[in-house]
Ligand binder design. Structure first.
Ligand code: SF4
Length: 209
């Protein structure tokens, strides 16, 4: 468990420099100013996020991976962990609407985006971290830290990296490792995915003719 979370922690620390620790049962003052700063890079996501995006966009799991994600390999303690990340568009994340300065997939955006500016670096801790480089932190309504969402995030990140580690041990690498992990978790069914893909393609074809 600890080594699984060390990957997530390492990545978050690499990406965010102004983290301030606050208790999980505390409050946060935050208003999104839609500055777009947190959407500059594509976020690191889990296979659960991929499945939700696929459902939201009415497409397949593999289509989301192929069109909107990149799978990078990062050296962790004893393994090379595949990292699933939303791709970057011209300036921001691929799902960022640069003229409206809004997220195009707001209703089913990744959990990490829903939680922002909250960061979870230690699943066992009573503390969470706030990214104070976000200009919306410290202004607006005082709201309770969303502990249910944090619990869901911890459960999903843990299951995601645990499944990836198991598939890595079994010899899978890169995108294949991600697909096998998603299959193990149950958010991706290869047969159903390819059937859905065929149906979607035939619907597009018949609407064009
Ligand atoms: S998914 Fe939406 S909220 Fe998350 S980084 Fe991309 S544009 Fe921003």
């Amino acid at each position: 468990m600890e080594s699984i979370w060390s990957v997530a922690r390492f990545l978050e620390k690499t990406l965010h420099y102004r983290l301030v620790k606050v208790p999980r049962d505390g409050f946060i003052e935050f208003t999104c100013t839609h500055c777009g700063e947190c959407c500059r890079e594509g976020p690191i996501i889990t296979v659960f996020d991929v499945a939700r995006i696929a459902r939201g966009l009415h497409t397949t799991f593999t289509d989301v991976i192929d069109r909107y994600c990149s799978v990078e390999c990062v050296e962790a303690r004893n393994w090379v962990c595949p990292i699933v990340r939303l791709r970057k568009g011209a300036k921001y994340c691929i799902f960022h609407d640069d003229s409206a300065m809004r997220c195009r997939i707001h209703d089913f955006k990744p959990l990490t985006c829903k939680l922002y500016p909250i960061k979870v670096l230690d699943p066992a801790s009573d503390w969470i971290w706030i990214d104070c480089s976000c200009e919306g932190v410290g202004s607006g309504e005082r709201v309770q830290i969303p502990n249910n969402l944090i619990d869901q995030y911890i459960a999903e990140v843990t299951a995601h990296y645990l499944a990836l580690a198991m598939m890595y041990i079994l010899g899978y690498r890169g995108k294949e490792c991600v697909l096998k992990a998603a299959e193990l978790i149950g958010v991706y069914r290869p047969g159903l995915d390819s059937l859905k893909s065929t149906v979607l393609k035939s619907l597009v074809f018949s609407s064009q003719h």
